[in-house]
Design a binder for this molecule. Structure first.
Ligand code: ZN
Ligand code: MN
Length: 132
């Protein structure tokens, strides 16, 4: 939890529990999933607390928000540049750490200073493939 000490938000026990749950979490959980998991330990915690904390952490750059499912944001504690492989059936999200050479011509960049990119690969995971 050392790395969260200086992120500039007040670390209440509830917020720490959310950070703990997210630390090293590779599952890209949704706010609802995070709420169900953390409220087991903090039964009085509200969904609003979870949403507000996730929003604050995102704004501080401690979490990445993924809008892969419409209306259901998913969260990733890994803010390093990486891409995602997504199962279209169960919505499983897997990290892809590979640098792709993607060039935008000046014309295509429309005057933008390009800061990064994010590729989403879609497919059917082995588990879902078995159930077809
Ligand atoms: Zn799947
Ligand atoms: Mn990821």
């Amino acid at each position: 939890m050392e790395r969260y000490r200086n992120i500039g938000i007040k670390l209440t026990p509830q917020r720490l529990a959310i950070l703990n749950y997210m630390d090293g979490n590779k599952a890209h959980p949704s706010a609802d999933t995070i709420y169900s998991a953390v409220s087991k330990k903090f039964p009085t915690m509200s969904v609003a607390t979870v949403y507000n904390t996730l929003e604050a952490l995102k704004n501080k750059g401690a979490l990445q928000e993924l809008t892969i499912e419409p209306g259901k944001k998913r969260y990733d504690p890994d803010c390093s540049p990486h891409h995602h492989l997504i199962c279209v059936k169960c919505k499983d999200i897997i990290d892809i750490f590979k640098k792709f050479k993607l060039d935008l011509s000046d014309n295509m960049a429309n005057g933008f200073e390009i800061k990064g990119n994010h590729i989403e690969f879609y497919g059917i995971c082995p588990n879902c493939g078995k159930q077809l």
